[in-house]
Design a protein around this ligand. Structure first.
Ligand SMILES: *Cc1c(COP(=O)(O)O)cnc(C)c1O
Length: 368
């Protein structure tokens, strides 16, 4: 590992391999693996992550929006890509780039059939999304008849899979609710097969579903956060390795007297003679203002240094009165030892939000 001389997000591809193999070890050998690489692969780098996973022979990718799928195709990714939440305005582009839509309402189904007919497509692969309790996207069970009759009238599309999404797979207080979702999904699959006369693939589980509900793996699973090193529980975090380290450097050190203030709005006042360090990372880089005023910390030479005063757009100031350090020393915001999940608890958010927030201004570096 190199020593940071500017703000960088270091991405450890061997940790990604480890997480992929760990999650795969939870599956039956025939179960397919879809890697969710939306939102720049959870704030890392979708292209490099997808290239690496493609080498590891992942079966599928998913992104949220068409634009994200286009970026992967432009980078040479040839593995099938499911677009979880396409908007009909982008359907032509989706088809041009061989992306596969999630169709989640009559409106989008009609729109997609229309455009595939206009473009003379045959059996274009689509994925039908059902709502089983999250109440976010998806058809209802009582719409299966309508879906199947639309499908029977169209040869331009072909259903490759049926899927749904769990609302609380990480929450062991919600086992009953999750089991109801699993049963609903099975019922939907059965009715669909009966009316349509064929059996598309089924998939339901995200990372915590993979870990907590082996009986619900069906034909494929969709893993996101686990690939990036977080298991949504203390136990599972031990088996996974965070792939991303956010690092920076001390730009300048100040020695201040009692009652001097630090930063905008003079939000921090020194309690005595103190030393502060200025770090080149701010809220425009993903360090939310919530971490200011003692709520967040960085680690310098193994010692925690609290963020003092308000987080600026491009900088933070930290208290280094108790830290042995000098200008140019490396600063850790999070890594595999000082985890983003620790920071997130303090800020009442989740690891997902912290890691996806690292903005595109921060340089990405890849370790093999
Ligand atoms: C984001 C997403 C996932 C991945 O969830 P993780 O908890 O990150 O594993 C899976 N399925 C759908 C529909 C999603 O939107």
């Amino acid at each position: 590992m190199s020593k940071a001389q500017e703000t960088v997000l270091e991405i450890d591809l061997s940790a990604l391999t480890h997480n992929f193999n760990y999650l795969k070890s939870k599956l039956q050998p025939q179960t397919k693996f879809l890697a969710v690489v939306k939102a720049f692969a959870y704030g890392s780098d979708a292209v490099e992550i997808a290239k690496h996973l493609q080498k590891l022979k992942v079966d599928y990718f998913a992104v949220a929006y068409v634009k994200e799928g286009v970026a992967l195709r432009d980078a040479g990714i040839t593995t099938p890509i499911l677009v979880l939440h396409p908007q009909s305005i982008n359907f032509k582009t989706l088809i041009d780039y061989c992306l596969e839509p999630s169709l989640y309402s009559k409106h989008v189904l009609d729109e997609f059939i229309k455009i595939t007919q206009e473009l003379s497509q045959k059996n274009y692969p689509v994925h039908i999304k059902f709502n089983t309790g999250l109440n976010r996207l998806g058809f209802e069970e009582n719409e299966i008849d309508t879906i199947v009759s639309k499908l029977k009238n169209s040869t331009s599309i072909k259903v490759k899979s049926l899927f749904s999404h769990l609302a609380a797979s990480e929450d062991l207080n919600e086992i009953d609710f999750t089991n109801i979702q699993i049963e609903k999904f099975k019922t939907i699959a059965k009715i669909f097969a009966k009316i349509s006369g064929y059996n598309p693939w089924l998939h339901l589980c995200n990372t915590s579903g993979i870990i907590n509900y082996p009986k619900a793996h069906f034909d494929m699973v969709r893993a996101g956060i686990g690939l990036y090193g977080f298991g949504n529980s203390v136990e599972e975090d031990k088996n996974l390795k965070p792939i991303a380290s956010l690092k920076s450097v001390i730009s300048q050190i100040h020695s201040i007297e009692k009652d001097e203030t630090v930063g905008y709005n003079r939000a921090y006042a020194s309690k005595g003679k103190e030393r502060t360090a200025t770090i080149p990372i701010g809220h425009a880089d993903g360090i939310n203002r919530i971490y200011g005023n003692g709520n967040g910390y960085v680690v310098i030479n193994g010692t925690k240094a609290p963020i003092i005063g308000n987080v600026c757009m491009d900088m933070i100031m930290v208290n280094i009165s108790n830290v042995n350090c000098k200008e140019g020393d490396e600063v850790i915001i999070f890594n595999s030892k000082y985890k983003a999940s620790n920071l997130s608890e303090k800020a009442k958010t989740i690891s997902y939000e912290i890691i996806t927030a690292v903005s595109q201004r921060v340089k990405r570096i890849f370790l093999p």
